[in-house]
Design a protein around this ligand. Structure first.
Ligand SMILES: [Zn+2]
Length: 493
């Protein structure tokens, strides 16, 4: 697309983004179907339908509300709505099936549906790029009466758009309680000034929502020359990092945040508090080598997207981060127990399936265009490999590929039980965001803290602190991962 065409396209996108588009078509029963079911010929069936996308622009990872209206002159069972989407940026096509499963009678029937942002069929399109539009080119309604009929609408256009979720500052709606001996305190949302004519003690407190962000940014130098401060969350002291923020990752929900201190005589200090948050959504492609349960398995494992959703819950709770399981690509068995070789195979299998450059997954992180909208590749195998999991990537500190295996030869052919699968994924994905391995000899228990000795492992099982039973992180790792997320997906503010 040349520059002028891009500008024109953007103008059209801007125009379309605010409007709701409707199309309709009259369907006539396909005469080719009649020969397979002559009985149905006695009641020719006419259908018409409208598909309307009620909100065509949504934040990344959100579903699009839509309505399908079907008009029929007879009873029929509508099974499935299949949507086909084109991604004009990469000239790829994807499809999505939406279950309808409802009998309709003659007249109008309205279905309220939601269109997910991933279209895993065909090339595997995901609505990821705010700079382009994704076009619903046609849809097919599958009907099941005595046989399957399908009614298609081709060559139409209904566009879907996405936006990055906004960065916002929760400190813009803080209400402060202030007390002081003699200082004058002005606390207006995140802006605080304290002035004194004589030395004075002071205290400020407010309620903060500690879900979805992990640090309080302080726009001031600490300690200031003319005052002393203490910061507390629920009466527990917290200390500014050298970078000037307060780490509060392990506090969740509504918390009392307070500042107490002393200001010198004839002084004035100002402090800006920011509670920045943004919902980050990463689209995951999943390579699946029979990770889910099969009849021969002793334990019943679920499919990878089940564990991705479980791990995503933990990341959302602390980081306001969603790992969206967008597409699953099936893989053949590894030829060896070497995870590095298996990784190469997975990158190629997924690259071919998604039509990526050079038919391979790109290890460039921090840009979804490298993998045509997908942010991270998660590889799952039911085989016993040389590690339980591995993360690969470039050297910038953030990676975009993680492997989860169900067994390792390093600890006596240990097999992963199903209940540990989400913990392992959480552990590996934490590496993707830069968290290091920790060990029982030097760190407190956490999802990153692996046993150094057999006795450590036994102790962990006895006390419920074995790393694959845990879902919490240590504060320094929360801060490391927050920093990586900020580098990759947060604009400088
Ligand atoms: Zn590890």
């Amino acid at each position: 697309m040349n520059r002028r065409t891009q500008i024109l396209a953007l103008a059209i996108i801007s125009f379309l983004a605010g409007s709701t588009l409707v199309y309709s078509i009259m369907y006539l029963r396909n005469p080719r179907d009649s020969s397979t079911n002559p009985g149905s010929m006695t009641h020719p069936v006419d259908f018409s339908s409208n598909l309307e996308v009620l909100q065509s622009t949504k934040y990344r990872g959100s579903a699009y509300p839509a309505q399908l209206q079907v008009t029929s002159n007879t009873t029929a069972t509508l099974n499935t709505l299949q949507l086909t989407v084109k991604d004009p940026l990469y000239n790829r096509v994807g499809s999505q099936n939406i279950s309808l499963s409802q009998q309709i009678s003659s007249g109008d029937t309205t279905f309220n549906i939601t269109i997910a942002p991933s279209f895993p069929g065909l090339d595997g399109v995901v609505v990821a790029d705010p700079a382009t539009s994704y076009t619903i080119m046609n849809y097919t309604v599958f009907l099941n009466t005595t046989e399957i009929y399908s009614f298609s609408k081709t060559q139409t256009s209904l566009d879907l758009h996405t936006l990055e979720a906004p960065l916002y500052d929760q400190a813009e709606s803080l209400a402060w309680n202030t007390t002081s001996q003699s200082a004058i305190i002005t606390a207006n949302n995140g802006n605080i000034t304290i002035q004194s004519v004589q030395q004075s003690n002071f205290a400020l407190s407010t309620m903060i929502n500690a879900t979805g962000y992990t640090r309080i940014d302080l726009n001031a130098t600490f300690p200031p020359a003319n005052a002393s401060f203490n910061f507390l969350v629920n009466q527990i002291p917290i200390f500014p990092s050298p970078d000037g923020y307060l780490p509060i990752g392990n506090f969740l929900g509504m918390q009392n945040f307070s500042i107490i201190g002393t200001i010198a005589a004839s002084s004035s200090i100002s402090l800006q508090v920011h509670l920045m948050t943004r919902h980050v959504v990463l689209f995951a492609a999943m390579a699946d080598n029979h990770f889910g349960g099969r009849s021969a398995d002793q334990f019943k494992f679920r499919t990878p997207d089940y564990y991705v959703k479980q791990a995503s819950y933990q990341f959302h709770k602390i980081f306001n981060l969603t790992i969206y399981p967008a597409i699953t690509v099936n893989m053949t068995n590894p030829v060896s127990t070497d995870l590095a070789a298996f990784r190469q195979n997975a990158m190629h299998t997924v690259g071919q399936s998604l039509g990526l450059v050079n038919d391979t997954w790109s290890l460039v992180s921090g840009t979804s265009s490298a993998n045509k909208g997908y942010d991270v590749l998660l590889i799952f195998t039911n085989h016993t490999m040389d590690h339980l999991g591995i993360v690969y990537g470039n050297s910038s500190g953030a990676f975009n590929l993680a492997i989860n295996a169900r067994g390792t030869q390093y600890t006596g052919n240990y097999r992963l039980p199903p209940s540990f699968a989400d913990n392992l994924l959480q552990h590996e994905f934490s590496h993707v965001l830069g968290a290091p391995d920790r060990f029982t000899g030097s760190s407190l228990p956490s999802v990153m803290t692996k046993p150094e000795t057999v006795q450590d492992a036994l102790n962990g099982f006895a006390t419920g602190t074995f790393w694959l039973e845990l879902t919490h992180w240590l504060e320094p790792d929360i801060q490391t991962m927050t920093g990586v997320l900020r580098l990759l997906y947060w604009p400088v503010v």
